[in-house]
Design a protein around this ligand. Structure first.
Ligand code: KIV
Length: 263
């Protein structure tokens, strides 16, 4: 696979070529995903749950993200690699710069941060230093206590307007990509059309430029209540390789996510 850059993803948005992204946390899986043609991998702070067994992303540290970013980069040298800045690791500009440096030095192409308007200064400071920043709005798991649990966001007119406003403000501040999590498809469609940068959805319906899922959800090994937007691609694929291939193909063709997997 030739190296994927931010320009590649930007071109795909312009040409309306949909793309699949996935989380990964280690060498073996990132290698397998890259070999199947996954262009974008996220070292998500979901590792707090999927790798560490916590019930939220809150306990994840910057050292954890560094460790997993290094492993994933070794397995997938050419993918476009995004890594999360974890909970409270970017509440001040200096701290955000210092922690971003650690993550980029570990091999990430871009860092992802959760939240809206209050991040504008931090995004501007990072962008001024040519750091690629991905925003993340809608359901933002780092704010889980404030949000009263994992719930679909943007269902009222007021909250939908706020999400649109945040998306525009973040783009204006300099983000080069946006993740929309758990919002109604119609809202994600409006945001995807308004923004000129690539928008990736998880539980945000079919209209976003790209889709991302947590690898354990794709492989059907997440325990507990099945989330509406999650599809087990392994059950009918016979192998992990085929499951990933099916996921990539279905996203590219706009088959996944259909109404069944959307809000
Ligand atoms: O941490 C993560 O895995 C994420 C995805 C859900 C987008 O942020």
């Amino acid at each position: 696979m030739t190296a994927i850059h931010i320009d590649t993803l930007q071109n795909w948005k312009t040409k309306k070529n949909k793309f699949a992204a996935i989380t990964a946390y280690d060498f073996s899986f990132s290698k397998l995903f890259a070999n199947q043609g996954i262009p974008v991998i996220l070292v998500g702070d979901s590792l707090g749950m999927t790798i560490q067994g916590h019930n939220s992303t809150i306990p994840v540290t910057i050292q954890n993200i560094e460790y997993h970013t290094k492993a994933v980069r070794k397995g997938a040298p050419n993918v476009f690699l995004i890594s999360d800045l974890p909970f409270m690791s970017y509440y001040q500009v200096n701290q955000a710069l210092k922690n971003t440096a650690k993550i980029i030095q570990s091999g990430a192409n871009m860092i992802k941060i959760e939240g809206g308007k209050h991040l504008i200064n931090i995004i501007k400071e990072l962008s001024n230093r040519s750091i690629l920043v991905c925003g993340h709005i809608g359901l933002t798991p780092q704010y889980i206590n404030y949000l009263n649990g994992y719930k679909v966001q943007g269902k009222t007119e007021k909250s939908a307007k706020k999400i649109i406003e945040d998306a525009l403000l973040l783009e204006d501040a300099g983000i080069k990509m946006l993740v929309l999590e758990c919002i109604p498809s119609v809202l994600a469609k409006i945001i995807t059309e308004k923004l000129s940068i690539p928008v990736i959805g998880i539980g945000a319906g079919r209209y976003t430029d790209g889709q991302i899922l947590v690898m354990q959800d794709i492989l059907g090994i997440t325990e507990g209540k099945k989330l509406k937007f999650v599809k087990n691609f392994l059950s009918q694929s016979g192998s992990i390789q085929n499951a990933i291939q099916t996921y990539i193909d279905e996203v590219k063709k706009g088959i996944f996510p259909n109404q069944k997997y959307s809000f």
